[in-house]
Design a protein around this ligand. Structure first.
Ligand SMILES: [Zn+2]
Length: 208
């Protein structure tokens, strides 16, 4: 599954006003990119949802396949690192921006995991090459990332690129430039599937 986060490009962007968020949702509903509510601040795709995805998707997918599972608005009382779940490729391309050397992926993942309950300012990772205690902003993750208190999450997106004009319209209403952060949750890694099935099997009390 591919999830996309639309988040402010700057970690210092203020929380958008409720009016601005309502305006974004009204725009998306007007364009029929979103449809019926699926719950609080979550929506099903609209009939024109295919227009949300970049034209390049047309070569790979049928119009009916250009959709998502849900679009939801998220507000957090503290800044969060996005993507929330480590992508399946595990930031293998991540480098320290101070010395340009690759980071230690395992140690980086451990440091990121701690951010679920610790503020991003307390991110604790030592570059193995230049021995600098790096902030999140000093790591190039090899893919877009963000630190944000507000984001729009598109879950189960068919394609990783969105129509630039739509993203611009959303950004204009929110009052700041946006970055699109992709997330490929671990669930998608093939060899994880048997492991998950085994765990589930045990949990259900097999062999009754
Ligand atoms: Zn370094």
């Amino acid at each position: 599954m591919l999830n996309l986060y639309l988040a402010p490009r700057s970690g210092k962007a203020p929380m958008p006003a409720d009016d601005a968020i309502d305006d974004v949702l009204a725009f998306l509903a007007d364009q029929r990119l979103i449809g019926n509510p699926l719950g609080a601040d979550a929506f099903a795709p609209g009939v024109a949802v295919a227009a949300l995805f970049h034209g390049d998707a047309d070569e790979l997918l049928l119009p009916a396949e250009l959709t998502f599972e849900s679009l939801s608005v998220h507000r957090s009382n503290r800044a969060r690192f996005l993507p929330v779940e480590v992508p399946a490729d595990e930031f293998e391309a991540a480098v320290c921006t101070l010395c340009d050397e690759p980071v230690d992926t395992d140690a980086l993942l451990d440091a990121l995991e701690v951010l679920v309950y610790r503020p991003v300012e307390r991110f604790d990772y030592l570059c193995p090459s230049c021995r600098t205690a790096l902030t999140l902003w000093q790591i190039d993750f090899g893919q877009p990332t963000a630190v944000a208190r507000f984001w729009i999450k598109i879950e189960g997106a068919a394609f990783g690129r969105l129509t630039a004009a739509v993203v611009e319209q959303i950004a204009r209403r929110l009052g700041h430039p946006l970055v699109i952060v992709p997330e490929v949750p671990e669930d998608d890694i093939d060899d994880w599937v048997p492991a998950r099935r085994m765990r589930r099997g045990r949990g259900r009390g097999r062999g009754r």
